[in-house]
Ligand binder design. Structure first.
Ligand code: WQD
Length: 351
């Protein structure tokens, strides 16, 4: 009997790539999304890539407890991957209530439903942002989390703690009064980028992109006039910030490895955390020049003042995920930047 995974926010950037890899790995998938931050482009692309026209899609808001509980009643869910959340750092500073309400309430509803249905495992989409400006690099899963520098980052920290507490509180549950144990894994993503090699799914930022790579590709295609590199006076080799950019397909495969660990009963603790990165620090300037080189183009960019809230450098020690999940990032920076450009060109050709 195939295991079934509920992917909340599954019509979005990372959710759609994870759905493709789950189906390729033999899982059944149910996609739930309220479409507040995406359209059906990626979900249609998932159906083309997988050749599956029968993937259940439920248009629901995870902030609606009854709708979430109905999902778990209508489908036998073996694991849920929770992506449904707002993710713009700057917007979260301007509108904290919107972020706390949406990101926390949706996750509380998912956990409540998981606890009320047997054998459900919860995989949470966390972020390296929980580390803040880490004092030692690369960061391991034991590196202390620093106080969040945005409400967005705070919702990630709070959600990790909520998952941990629910896992520990339900460890002894056995179904009495309809309450079941919840197992949980938090995956701390570093900087996701790129697109599926088919160029049928990819990042679809709404409005002006906050993140670096979509701003680069939109500048290259002519949708943006000029890329501003925020700060070249940082204490790094070339003065620009260092990040750990991970290919979205590699990231998606890490989710399949984590789900398999849960549904096959291979977890060593009831709550586990894994860094999902490449372990490869890359500066903004290095990424820009690599993008130009691999795609054979000249990008219009300028150096601009630092962006408030940016950390100077962060990259992952991925040895725990490598060992315990049997997963490692495989795609090169150049392959990922080429996939990001192919996706942007696909969007332009189909605009
Ligand atoms: C990367 C680097 C910028 C845009 C955040 C979240 C993280 C994750 C990814 C949501 C920084 C520089 C950027 C631009 C630039 N979550 N930059 N010009 O801030 O590392 O991480 O987004 O998706 O949880 O914290 O990612 O891509 O915004 O910035 O110079 O136009 O690129 O200063 O050094 P970040 P980012």
């Amino acid at each position: 009997m195939k295991k079934r995974v509920l992917v909340s926010g599954g019509a979005g950037y990372i959710g759609s790539h994870v759905t493709v890899e789950l189906i390729a790995a033999g899982y059944e998938v149910v996609v739930a999304d309220n479409m507040s931050n995406c359209d059906m482009t990626c979900f249609e692309g998932v159906k083309k890539i997988t050749g599956r026209d029968d993937i259940p899609f439920e248009k629901i808001d995870c902030c609606d407890p009854a709708a979430v509980d109905k999902l778990f009643s209508d489908y036998a869910i073996d694991a849920v991957i929770h992506f449904a959340a707002f993710k713009a750092v700057g917007e979260s500073v301007a509108e904290p209530l919107k972020y706390y309400r949406n990101n926390l309430l949706s996750f509380l509803n998912i956990l409540e439903a998981a606890k009320s249905h047997s054998g459900c495992n919860v995989l949470f989409s966390s972020s390296a942002t929980v580390y803040g400006e880490a004092e030692t690099l690369p960061v391991t899963e034991s590196t202390p989390r620093m106080p969040a520098t945005s409400p967005y980052g705070n919702t990630k920290q709070m959600s990790e703690d909520i998952l941990r507490d629910v896992v520990f509180a339900t460890a002894k549950y056995d179904g009495k009064d309809g309450q079941w144990p919840v197992k949980g894994i938090a995956l701390r993503y570093f900087n996701p980028m790129g697109a599926h090699p088919s160029a049928l799914i990819g990042e679809l930022p709404r409005g002006v992109p906050n993140n670096l790579v979509p701003f680069i590709t939109q500048t290259a295609i002519g949708k943006r006039e000029c890329l501003s590199i925020f700060g070249n006076d940082y204490p790094t080799a070339d003065g620009t910030c260092l990040r750990d950019y991970i290919d979205v397909v590699d990231l998606a495969k890490a989710h399949v490895a984590a789900v398999s660990r849960m549904v096959e009963g291979k977890m060593k603790e009831d709550y586990e955390i894994f860094n999902i990165g490449t372990g490869r620090p890359v500066s903004v300037y290095e990424l820009v020049t690599a993008f130009e080189k691999v795609n054979g183009l000249k990008l219009n960019y300028k150096f601009a003042p630092r962006r408030p809230g940016d950390v100077v450098a962060i990259w992952a020690d991925t040895s725990l995920a490598n060992k315990e999940l049997g997963w490692k990032a495989e795609r090169t920076l150049e392959q990922t930047l080429a996939s990001a450009w192919a996706w942007e060109k696909h969007l332009a050709e189909n605009a």
